[in-house]
Design a protein around this ligand. Structure first.
Ligand code: FAD
Length: 281
């Protein structure tokens, strides 16, 4: 694992499916109190966490299973290409050889930029923001409001209230319900719906946001990152045992990623059309 050890630190709400997947993959983390905003997993419900502490402890879980982590403080990472296949990376003046490289660089999209991989882009720029909120006792329990200019989602947890908003215009702000207001730092991002046409190819797999980006209304970004990473790792292990099957394994992964993207994109597009949420691009 090569990483820079950075994390957004933002609050995030894990769907029930994400919580279950994580509990199977890293059971200890379910019980670490200072990650979670809901101290106990709630039956049939999701769970909110703070990404800063979580990302750090999730990396330690990987190290405990035997992964070697190289911390990249500065300098560029470049793919090493031999005979049309990615065969490792160059970084910090040295070269690491590997039969498979998995890109999990999130919205930085390292491999797409380095190899100019083709992608489809299916939305204009969407302006996203999230943070914590203060709510008075008469504030609504949970809030979801969608209109022509975007949406606002507010979710009280046991300890804090978290919120996320989407706006189709950079400077537009969403209307807040009575009794709730944002507090402290907020995290902003600009995203488009996008998907790599081939999320796997000769010597590489791309997972998480580096392969697919939609918007937080899917409620599935975290789960897709974990699940696609696990699939990519398992297929990479198969590929090492059966290099003659590489094209098939890469095609299976690319197809799975594309199917995920198409189904979530169709559901979001329908929800936004019903709400008359307008693209301004
Ligand atoms: C406003 C907003 C709200 C969201 N809310 C939710 C939510 O409530 N629930 C949910 O499930 N999802 C949510 N998501 C989506 C979710 O955050 C992402 O889908 C998920 O974090 C993707 O994980 P990832 O591992 O692919 O990328 P990231 O979590 O972005 O991790 C990428 C990592 O790669 C590192 N990196 C990048 N470039 C390099 C490089 N060149 N070399 C080494 N390391 C590198 C970064 O430092 C980072 O640590 C939200 C997204 C946004 C923008």
């Amino acid at each position: 694992m090569l990483g820079r050890g950075r994390s957004s630190g933002a609050p995030e709400y894990l769907s029930r499916a994400s919580v279950m997947l994580l509990a199977a993959m890293a059971p200890r983390l379910s019980h670490v109190s200072d990650i979670w905003l809901d101290p106990e997993p709630l039956p049939k419900s999701g769970r909110a966490l703070m990404r800063g502490k979580f990302d750090q402890l999730f990396r330690i879980e990987a190290l405990d299973t035997g992964a070697r982590y190289i911390s990249l403080t500065a300098g560029r990472v470049e793919p090493r290409v031999a005979q049309g296949r990615i065969s490792g990376v160059h970084c910090g003046g040295s070269s690491i050889s590997s039969p498979v490289v998995i890109d999990a660089s999130g919205s930085n999209c390292w491999l797409r930029r380095a190899m100019q991989l083709e992608e489809s882009i299916d939305s204009p720029a969407l302006w996203l923001e999230r943070g914590l909120a203060a709510a008075s006792t008469n504030a609504p329990d949970q809030h979801w409001q969608i209109g022509q200019q975007g949406w606002l989602w507010i979710k009280p947890t046991t300890s804090q209230t978290i919120w996320t908003s989407l706006s189709t215009q950079r400077e537009a702000t969403v209307a807040w319900p009575d009794g709730v207001r944002p507090v402290g730092r907020s995290w902003r991002d600009c995203r488009r719906w996008r998907c790599l046409q081939q999320a796997a190819g000769p010597g590489y797999f791309v997972c998480g946001d580096a392969a697919v980006q939609l918007d937080p209304a899917t409620g599935d970004g975290f789960r897709f990152a974990i699940e696609s990473g696990a699939r990519a790792a398992s297929l990479a292990a198969q590929l090492r045992r059966h290099p003659e099957r590489s094209s098939l394994l890469e095609a299976l992964y690319s197809d799975w990623v594309l199917q995920f993207y198409m189904s979530r994109k169709a559901a979001l597009a329908e929800c936004y059309a019903n709400a008359a949420l307008l693209w301004t691009g």
